[in-house]
Design a protein around this ligand. Structure first.
Ligand SMILES: [Fe+2]
Ligand SMILES: [Fe+2]
Length: 252
């Protein structure tokens, strides 16, 4: 089973980059199953129902989210009914699914999204113990984890904790792709961060002049997107049977 995972699609430029490169990458990699991180795909973060339907019609199977899962208040119902994983380690009563399981060619594939706790603001449950709970319930041929986290130390600790228990763990959230695509000793495919899909020179997707102004003044502002310039498309191909992992990094 060849799974393509596309990193954080960031707002308008992200949707543009996805339109431009997705078909070509899917064809070239012969991907059979597609997961995208859509926590920033809508203008203003989060995801909308219209965008979700568009992704599904283009051949995406499952969407994962992150710390912006609940940003679009009108789309929270979508989290309950779509093939969408919100971070599983939100607490009791959080809307949406802790994981999504689909069948492909007689095999069951489960996708789980988790939030990290290091340098992250949300008061969420421990991702390590949450995985213990989930793995006791899930009976699938393949399990893929999107660990939406800031710190590479936390990512490597969870990776070692999950090796041999899940098929693959990839990181998202930093918007910068890492080069450490490796196979762990017990066969788990791993990458610290897939990187983002969207504007190339923006400040991890944000507007350049605003980002510089914020770092000069120290005054906080809500991030505006950078809406011009060349694009980037970052993804990873996970071959779950062959246990191979291959990075796809397109920079215009
Ligand atoms: Fe993001
Ligand atoms: Fe994020």
């Amino acid at each position: 089973m060849r799974v393509l995972f596309v990193g954080d699609i960031y707002m308008d430029m992200g949707r543009l980059a996805f339109q431009k490169y997705f078909e070509q990458v899917k064809r070239q990699t012969k991907a059979q199953f597609v997961i995208v991180n859509g926590e920033n795909i809508a203008t203003g973060n989060g995801i909308t129902e219209t965008i979700y339907k568009e992704l599904m019609s283009q051949g995406v199977n499952i969407v994962t989210l992150g710390n912006h899962a609940y940003t679009q208040r009108d789309s929270i119902d979508l989290l309950e009914k779509g093939n969408i994983c919100r971070p599983a380690n939100y607490g009791v009563g959080a809307k949406g699914k802790e994981y999504v399981t689909l069948s492909y060619n007689g095999k069951k594939i489960t996708v789980i999204n988790l939030l990290g706790r290091v340098f992250m603001k949300d008061q969420i449950d421990n991702p390590f113990t949450k995985m213990d709970t989930l793995l006791a319930q899930i009976d699938s041929d393949y399990i893929i984890v999107d660990f939406h986290a800031e710190a590479t130390s936390e990512k490597y600790a969870l990776a070692n904790y999950l090796d041999g228990r899940v098929s693959a763990m990839v990181g998202t959230h930093t918007h910068v792709p890492t080069a450490d695509s490796i196979v762990f000793p017990k066969g788990m495919l791993y990458l610290s961060d897939v990187g983002m899909t969207g504007t190339k020179y923006g400040i991890i997707g944000g507007e350049i002049k605003q980002g510089i102004r914020k770092f000069l003044s120290g005054v906080p502002e809500r991030v505006n997107p950078e809406n011009s310039g060349p694009l980037q498309f970052n993804a990873v191909l996970l071959d779950l049977e062959q246990r191979k992992i291959e990075r796809i990094n397109i920079y215009e």
